[in-house]
Ligand binder design. Structure first.
Ligand code: G
Ligand code: G
Ligand code: MN
Ligand code: NA
Length: 254
């Protein structure tokens, strides 16, 4: 079991590792962006997954310095990718509710990007629906400021929240990621396939880039192709991988 002190020490001692999961254009198989997914290389417990420490980090407010650590790590990797010629790859970073409630969220993101002299265009802020409920006006305003800076915004796990359509109305996002709940039985469940089809149409009408999450097999991919869903993510393409492995794949020209 994870202690707050452990977490505080881990941030100071760089015990975290950013894994990246590719997001792919379904037509061309090209990697468009990657999602940063944090892991904790714990000195005693080994690799610890975010489900075991993000909520503790949130409760203790350590998610703020941890989130800043992650953003810096992403900036360092992106700086190297620019030198390697992969500057067109965007990086999506997950932000939790506590982070979105941070009063100086936009300034702190901007300050970190400035530290590395990076144009904000490569960054995608990813937030699940449920964290958008609190203090809606503040978060709507922050999203508008971020978008004016060039940061893209993605609504994650779409369809699982309490007021999915409400978010679409008020949060001017760029990307919609439909939850894997609707993808897992896409090829066998008529209700799932009708829901996904409707979300494809809705995304087209709202000029949102739709991403299907959790694609694990060819049958699901074929259904998504038929529906003209443009982007996909999931184990069929790649699990979350270490940065060295990602760079190898990018060098091979995928
Ligand atoms: O990597 P994994 O598949 O275990 O991710 C589980 C969840 O943990 C994801 O849905 C994501 O919301 C959350 N998560 C992963 N990385 C980060 C991160 O860097 N910051 C925040 N706030 N949440 C993360
Ligand atoms: O909530 P968010 O979408 O940020 O969560 C990403 C999580 O989903 C990560 O924990 C990642 O490991 C997991 N994930 C990514 N692709 C797949 C997939 O194809 N199948 C399953 N079951 N999980 C996946
Ligand atoms: Mn996500
Ligand atoms: Na998701």
């Amino acid at each position: 079991f994870i202690l707050r002190n452990d977490l505080e020490k881990a941030i100071k001692e760089d015990q975290f590792i950013v894994y990246y999961q590719p997001l792919v254009d379904i037509d061309t198989n090209k990697i468009i962006s990657v999602e940063a997914l944090i892991r904790w290389n714990h000195p005693r417990f080994g690799m610890v997954f975010p489900s075991e420490f993000i909520s503790i980090a949130e409760d203790s407010k350590l998610i703020i310095p941890l989130g800043e650590w992650i953003l810096r790590a992403v900036c360092k990797d992106y700086t190297r990718w620019m030198q390697l010629g992969f500057s067109e790859i965007k990086i999506a970073v997950n932000f939790s509710g506590i982070q979105l409630q941070q009063m100086d969220l936009v300034d702190s993101i901007k300050a970190i990007l400035d530290e590395y002299g990076l144009n904000p265009n490569f960054l995608i802020l990813e937030a699940t629906e449920n964290v958008l409920l609190q203090n809606t006006e503040k978060v709507v305003k922050d999203f508008e400021l971020l978008k004016a800076m060039g940061v893209k915004v993605a609504i994650d796990d779409f369809g699982m929240g309490y007021s999915s359509l409400y978010y679409l109305k008020y949060f001017k996002s760029d990307i919609l990621k439909i939850d894997r709940e609707f993808i897992k039985d896409l090829s066998t469940n008529l209700i799932s396939s009708q829901i996904v089809k409707s979300v494809v149409n809705l995304s087209n009408d709202l000029k949102l880039n739709l991403v299907a999450e959790g694609i694990e097999n060819k049958e699901q991919l074929n259904c998504l192709r038929e529906m003209n869903c443009k982007f996909g993510q999931g184990y069929l393409y790649s699990r979350p991988i270490m940065v060295k492995e990602l760079e190898t794949i990018l060098k091979m020209g995928m």
